[in-house]
Ligand binder design. Structure first.
Ligand SMILES: [Zn+2]
Length: 271
């Protein structure tokens, strides 16, 4: 029985992933969101049956039906990843037992938490790809998203009857997330990091709360140094190369969302 719900959650992720691919491309080119999908190489409109997440990519063997030019691997990878992340988020909030027992205590706050997690996943997928490809974290994404995540977390806290002092911790968490990057920005006069990182840090704080915002930041630097050293060792990058910090921050944010407590305990047990 629960399998139906898990298929639904993954399917939602595949569809949203497909939409995110389109959104990322249109944010980059400045096209409006209205208008049908078209091949970025030849401009021909894409039929609905050529626009089915993952499946169409496989059936077309990764090429446009008309011009036969290659479709980026980004498309199926983003779709599959979003599908998997949506499933993880769903199963974490609604475990198998929820669908096996009719007496399972569904709480309104759980549905709001699912919305928050799915929304955060979508935002982080955009940040990951955009920063990786164009070294840019868009305020037009992070600022409205920060407001939505803040209000959703506030709603969850109200429903759970812990709005105070929850609200104070949440705001503090946002301020700490933003200040961490603001400080580096000021010390380096904008050479180490960009202004987009400050806004992303603020968003991370409002989304994850205290103390997971710190878990996410440290995890991002940990991941960044491992990947960075790997790329330098393999000769693909040099010391001082540009680093898409937002890409690492987005991975770390979702890891902290799902497994923040385990990561924090593991880290504290090291000492
Ligand atoms: Zn084409």
């Amino acid at each position: 029985m629960e399998i139906i719900f898990y298929v639904f959650a993954s399917g939602m992720g595949l569809i949203i992933g497909s939409f995110l691919n389109c959104l990322i491309w249109r944010l980059h080119t400045g096209e409006s969101l209205n208008g049908r999908s078209h091949c970025p190489k030849c401009g021909r409109q894409i039929n609905w049956y050529d626009n089915i997440p993952v499946l169409s990519f496989l059936l077309l063997r990764g090429r446009c039906r008309y011009c036969r030019k290659k479709i980026s691997w980004q498309y199926p990878i983003v779709e599959l990843t979003t599908g998997l992340l949506f499933l993880i988020a769903f199963a974490r909030i609604f475990p198998k037992e929820a669908f096996l027992s009719p007496a399972y205590p569904f709480r309104p706050a759980d549905f709001l938490a699912l919305f928050r997690d799915w929304f955060l996943i979508a935002v982080m997928v955009i940040v990951f790809i955009y920063d990786l490809r164009w070294y840019l974290i868009l305020d037009v994404i992070t600022l409205p998203a920060a407001a939505v995540l803040f209000l959703t977390n506030l709603g969850i806290m109200v429903l759970e009857g812990r709005a105070w002092p929850g609200l104070a911790y949440l705001l503090l968490s946002g301020i700490i997330g933003g200040s961490f990057f603001l400080l580096q920005f000021l010390i380096s006069r904008g050479r180490w990091i960009g202004g987009g990182d400050i806004r992303l840090g603020f968003l991370m704080g409002l989304a994850l709360g205290w103390p997971q915002v710190l878990t996410a930041i440290f995890l991002a630097y940990f991941l960044g140094s491992i990947v960075g050293l790997g790329l330098i060792a393999s000769g693909k990058k040099e010391w001082g190369s540009k680093v898409p910090l937002g890409t690492f921050l987005s991975v770390a944010t979702l890891a902290a969302l799902f497994w923040g407590e385990q990561i924090l305990n593991w880290y504290l047990n090291l000492f």
